[in-house]
Design a protein. Structure first.
Length: 443
């Protein structure tokens, strides 16, 4: 009898570990193409959202745009019993800080925090940008609709807030519109500093920058593929960490890369029609985005964006030249695709905010042994742990073993030399933390 009960318990448990969370499918369905369309139109219709543009008008310029964004977050909050804390976070950037800051400017971000029920001070962030630009980065008066770059990311963050504010999560979610991106990533710097000053425990940032174009400048049309950019290891790591990596590995296993793998896996599981493409670099060749200031101070952060860019529609004066219509205008944005990428964010925010924290102090051992050994600190709220491993040449965590509610484990028959390993905490409804790459050696 005891054996039967145990067997049933095991089957039940195995089942619960392989199930998906139906709430995430509801979240995908709830993202509205129509609302994204309306919001991108509204943002583009502010004429310009250049960081140095007018702040007094109610119809034109970045002041009008940010007040409208704050109004949207406030309305969403009203709808969920004031579940969002909405505020401006701002920093003065002085004229001459760089060549693109031709006058003193207050760089103002719009922040909305959905407080977690269990971990109010742990945050997963989704960002878009408020500001736009044309050909001359200091031209703050010409029409600069910035429909794809980056009203799409901004509208996506607002829409994710609308959808996810109907739920409660254990960790906090931040939806944010950052400013000053085109002038030198000032809004991201400001918020990253604010996070440090307030001792925010940041899980990571999903920075969305251009999530609405499906027609590449080369004519390729693709509404399935998108890119996830992540740097290999933290930019501010210690010399000791860098030296240890030569002997223990981890060249492609920094915290931002784990976040990229997390998003990749969630999309493969819940949105199999999409084709997430991990790109193993901080950002596009020689170009920048607002996840970088977070990476600079040691927070995990990735860039989510379209796979095929159209350069005639980025940072361009609106004009027709040799039969080509230049400019980042509304009609080029593909909203079914924008909806998909917004849903990519929403399910990852929901999953990460539902999961326990990642295990700390993950030890690994097994030198000259036919088995690999692990130890970690138990996490409050975890029902168990998963050990992941992969071939050293594989980009994704291809193998895993759920090992129950223990704080050490030995994988028999697996030689430590031949794979990379990591450990994740598993929550009660199956949501998993980030994978922690081992950071100490055990005997
Ligand atoms: Zn841009």
């Amino acid at each position: 009898m005891k054996k039967i009960i145990l067997a049933l318990a095991l089957i039940n448990f195995a089942f619960s570990q392989s199930q998906t969370d139906s709430k995430l499918y509801d979240i995908i369905d709830a993202v509205s193409e129509e609302r994204l369309r309306n919001d991108v139109k509204t943002l583009a219709d502010f004429g310009t959202r250049h960081t140095l543009s007018d702040t007094l008008s109610d119809t034109r310029g970045i002041g009008a745009a940010r007040r409208w964004i704050k109004g949207q977050f406030d309305a969403i909050s009203k709808d969920c019993n004031n579940c969002l804390e909405v505020f401006y976070q701002q920093d003065l950037v002085k004229k001459g800080t760089n060549q693109r800051i031709i006058k003193d400017v207050m760089v103002v971000n719009v922040v909305a925090i959905q407080r977690g029920t269990k971990y109010p001070n742990r945050f997963i962030i989704m960002s878009g940008d408020i500001d736009s630009r044309v050909s001359d980065p200091t031209d703050f008066t010409s029409d600069s609709p910035g429909a794809n770059d980056n009203a799409t990311g901004m509208a996506g963050a607002i829409e994710a807030a609308r959808v996810l504010s109907k739920y409660q999560f254990e960790s906090s979610i931040i939806y944010v519109g950052l400013s000053g991106e085109e002038q030198g990533l000032f809004g991201g710097q400001g918020l990253a500093k604010y996070a440090q000053d307030n001792n925010w425990d940041i899980i990571g940032i999903l920075n969305n920058d251009m999530i609405g174009n499906i027609t590449g400048v080369d004519g390729v049309i693709d509404n399935r593929t998108f890119r996830i950019f992540s740097e290999p290891v933290p930019a501010n790591e210690s010399e000791r960490a860098r030296r240890a990596r030569r002997f223990y590995g981890g060249e492609v296993d920094g915290i931002s890369r784990q976040l990229a793998r997390y998003v990749h896996k969630a999309v493969k599981t819940y949105m199999p029609e999409m084709n997430p493409m991990m790109v193993y670099r901080l950002d596009r060749f020689g170009r920048g985005g607002h996840h970088r200031p977070f990476n600079d101070v040691g927070f995990a952060g990735i860039r989510i964006m379209e796979a095929h860019e159209n350069y005639t529609q980025q940072h361009q004066d609106i004009r027709t030249e040799d039969g080509i219509n230049y400019g980042d205008t509304f009609e080029h944005v593909n909203f079914p695709y924008c909806k998909k990428l917004t849903a990519v964010n929403a399910i990852n925010l929901a999953s990460i905010a539902s999961a326990p924290p990642a295990p700390k102090n993950v030890g690994i051992g097994g030198i000259v042994q036919p088995s690999a050994k692990f130890s970690w600190d138990k996490v409050d709220g975890a029902v168990g742990y998963k050990i992941y491993w992969r071939d050293t040449t594989s980009p994704t965590w291809d193998n895993s073993r759920f090992v129950g509610d223990v704080s050490e484990y030995t994988l028999d028959g697996i030689v430590v030399d031949n794979f990379f390993f990591g450990v994740a905490a598993v929550g009660k409804d199956g949501h998993e933390s980030m994978v922690t790459f081992p950071n100490k050696i055990i005997r």
